[in-house]
Design a binder for this molecule. Structure first.
Ligand code: DON
Length: 344
């Protein structure tokens, strides 16, 4: 028997009455986020809980990253209307590293649409480490924009007239997401570029296989500059809040990427943002996120806010130990996993 979807006359009257009653509330604007009252409490609690955790170690394959003071730690929530709730070292500038990757993928989407990202880079998670060369051979036509190979390809795919123009567009885009000018930490750039033998190999292999869209050394230089951009945990929070806010920066109100493509970007972050730990991360925290070997992580609660953290000591997968624990706790405490609350 077919279900009866027609609203009976009395039901329609009730619905009309309910809308009339609700109308004055709507006129006052959207209801406040129910989690807001707890933001400072959960940020302070996560900071206090993990402040003395010493697990993991600074990245050392980029030599200068060993010099970042390992005890730095900051945690922040930034809401889609730009309110900031923070604890610890949230203004210390460190290199953005791989947290830059989704934002350049967003630029490719904004310029050319999500289909180009899917066809020319691919969005399958590799399930392998962020610098895996094996993944390149296994996934011949999908290198994922959030691992090094796909991120170098994304840089090469940005439409630009010259290397300088490519860099200007990428740099401007990162600053637009942050809502303020970001600059390169030149010492990090020098340290990474002079030791970038693995990434140079990846860029050359991609070029050889027709999956790089600029000259390889240009892509490597611009990619390395992108990874060397200095950000604070607060900046990462603002960048995430821009995604939470449908691509509109909460401070400048600039539409940085089309709102309609934010879900596709968050899907890539959910499936590959933590590399070979992405499944475990989604299982336990339930939020699209991106990590970087500088120690930063940003997670997005779609339509609501971002949680970001910074701490230099990393686990084996290259993810910041204190940052991931703090963000996961906050997500659980607030019950904001995208598939439902994840209280354990
Ligand atoms: O290309 C690299 O290896 C670095 N610039 C970025 C790697 C990274 O941040 C991995 N993240 N956890």
């Amino acid at each position: 028997m077919m279900a009866n979807h027609r609203i009976s006359f009395p039901a329609a009257l009730v619905a009309t009455f309910a809308m009339a009653v609700a109308a004055p509330a709507l006129a006052k604007g959207p209801a406040p986020d129910p989690a807001v009252k707890d933001f400072q409490r959960v940020v302070d609690a996560a900071y206090a809980k993990y402040k003395d955790l010493k697990d993991g170690k600074n990245a050392d394959y980029i030599p200068i990253l060993t010099e970042t003071p390992s005890d730095l730690f900051g945690v922040v929530i930034v809401t889609k209307d730009g309110k900031v709730y923070s604890a610890g070292d949230v203004d210390y500038k460190f290199s953005i590293q791989s947290v830059s990757k989704p934002f350049t993928a967003a630029l490719v989407m904004a310029q050319q649409g999500p289909g180009v990202l899917r066809e020319k880079i691919g969005v399958e998670p590799t399930g392998m480490s962020f610098n895996s060369k094996l993944a390149l051979a296994v996934y011949e036509d999908s290198v994922n924009p959030l691992v090094n190979a796909g991120a170098i390809a994304a840089v090469s795919l940005v439409q630009a007239t010259s290397e300088q123009d490519r860099w200007n567009r990428i740099s401007q885009n990162l600053s637009d997401f942050a809502g303020q000018p970001l600059t390169v930490l030149e010492k990090v750039y020098e340290s990474e570029y002079t030791t970038a033998f693995g990434n140079r190999g990846i860029a050359n292999l991609l070029y050889n296989w027709g999956r790089l869209y600029s000259e390889p050394e240009e892509a490597l230089r611009v990619y390395t500059r992108q990874c060397s951009v200095g950000v604070s945990a607060r900046d990462l929070g603002m960048m995430g809040a821009t995604l939470a806010n449908g691509g509109v920066n909460p401070l400048t109100k600039k539409q940085v990427m089309p709102a309609k493509h934010v879900p596709e970007l968050l899907a890539v972050m959910a499936t590959a943002g933590f590399y070979d730990e992405s499944g475990d991360w989604m299982y336990t925290a339930g939020l699209p996120a991106k990590t970087g070997v500088g120690g930063g992580i940003v997670a997005v609660v779609p339509g609501r806010f971002a949680i970001a953290a910074f701490s230099p000591r990393l686990n084996e997968a290259g993810n910041s130990v204190r940052s991931l624990n703090a963000i996961r706790d906050i997500a659980g405490e607030l019950g904001v996993g995208v598939f439902g609350p994840n209280p354990d």
